[in-house]
Design a protein around this ligand. Structure first.
Ligand code: NAD
Length: 354
């Protein structure tokens, strides 16, 4: 079997590549990446020892994809400019050209040479205004959903696939939503078999977290290296909530989806840790103190940016029902794995995180 992973040297791409290889050493895996994300180059050594081929290329250039040799049984589209802030304070060119034009280049490649696709989309396709209108109550440590919400697609289990997407969602979210729609047309028009996974926050070792993306890993790292942090937005109390998912759990789902692509092609799934694997920043601070033994200064900024949302938990009932899938790793296990990774690679990671 031959698998192409675009964005293959990124956080998620690397986990998927290593997991597929570990599951079957005979699988040929090509990790294709332009190494735009700082830290991705660190993963290349892992590919070498695992027997994974790395190709330096850019999905914005169709010819870079064309130059790949042979056909593939599966393409996992995991390349992106993954920051919700992308383009907000400058040109939108990179996020548009990678997340939209680049993904379309990947689909066009798939039509001819890799007609089975798993596309990593995002929970950020959901519109910001209704997410900011959710009725929440504030406990000592987090925001929680109140019963009787007035918007479609929201229940005590979180946000489902029919939550509104029809008003602004950030450039990042909009490029992913547009790509999802074109992907469905490729399924309909050309017989490409593909699914869309709208991922909530993914977190785990190997993520080179920044304030605008990968914040959970950054939180652990800043504790480890004794650097200050800031609770930003929604009063600055750190009570905003997200679910989180370890890429190993995502891998388990992708394996099941690949086995059954014939009956789920064109479908869209919310994928995340759900209610059971969620945390507020405030609660995360406590876990980071336990995992690292350090307490760091945490500042507070009350105001939010226009793309901030106070609460997101994925309702994954559809994926669970379709594939009998549920996440296994808990918030504490994910934080512990991140802390262990940083400890084991302290010298290399210090420059990335501080
Ligand atoms: N990490 C999360 O919390 C999260 C949540 C929801 C969705 N996703 C999606 O999952 C996918 C993987 O995210 P990640 O966390 O691994 O991000 P990442 O930044 O670690 O990985 C993305 C990779 O894509 C590469 N890349 C960027 N532009 C490229 C281009 N033009 N051509 C080729 N490669 C390019 C980067 O160098 C990087 O290695 C993305 O599509 C992202 O939108 C991630």
């Amino acid at each position: 079997m031959r698998i192409l992973i675009t964005g293959g040297a990124g956080f998620v791409g690397t986990h998927l590549a290593l997991n597929f290889k570990a599951a079957d050493a005979a699988t040929k895996i090509v990790a294709f990446d332009n190494l735009k994300r700082r830290g991705s180059e660190i993963n290349l050594a892992k590919f070498k020892s695992a027997g994974i081929e790395f190709v330096h290329g850019d999905i914005r250039q169709p010819s870079d994809l064309e130059d790949l040799s042979g056909n593939f049984d599966l393409m996992i589209e995991a390349s992106a400019e993954p920051s919700v802030l992308a383009g907000l304070n400058g040109s939108p060119q990179y996020v548009l050209q990678t997340n939209l034009t680049g993904t379309l280049n990947c689909l066009e490649f798939a039509r001819r040479r890799a007609p089975q696709v798993i596309f990593l989309s995002t929970s950020r396709v959901y519109s910001i205004a209704p997410l900011r209108r959710l009725k929440l109550r504030e406990t000592d440590t987090r925001f929680e959903l109140l019963p009787n919400q007035e918007i479609a697609g929201i229940s005590q289990d979180g946000i489902a696939e029919n939550f509104p997407t029809n008003s602004p969602r950030s450039l990042y979210g909009a490029t992913k939503l547009a790509s999802e729609m074109i992907l469905q047309e490729y399924v309909e028009s050309y017989g490409v078999r593909a699914v869309v996974n709208r991922c909530g926050v993914l977190a785990g070792p190997g993520q080179f977290g920044k304030t605008d993306q990968g914040v959970f890993t950054l939180w652990v790292a800043r504790h480890y290296f004794n650097h200050p942090l800031t609770y930003t937005g929604f009063g600055g109390s750190g009570k905003q909530v997200r679910d989180l998912l370890h890429p190993r759990d995502l891998f388990e789902l992708i394996v099941k989806q690949f086995e059954r692509l014939d009956d789920c092609s064109g479908e869209v799934f919310n994928v995340g840790g759900g209610n059971g694997v969620s945390t507020s920043l405030l609660e995360l601070t406590d876990l980071c103190r336990q995992a690292t033994g350090n307490r760091v200064e945490i500042n507070s900024v009350a105001s939010s940016t226009k793309v901030d949302i106070p609460f997101y938990i994925s309702d994954c009932a559809f994926a669970s029902q379709r594939f009998g899938w549920r996440p296994n790793l808990t918030t504490t296990e994910i934080v512990t794995e991140i802390a262990d990774w940083i400890k084991q690679n302290e010298n290399q990671l210090k420059a990335v995180f501080t």
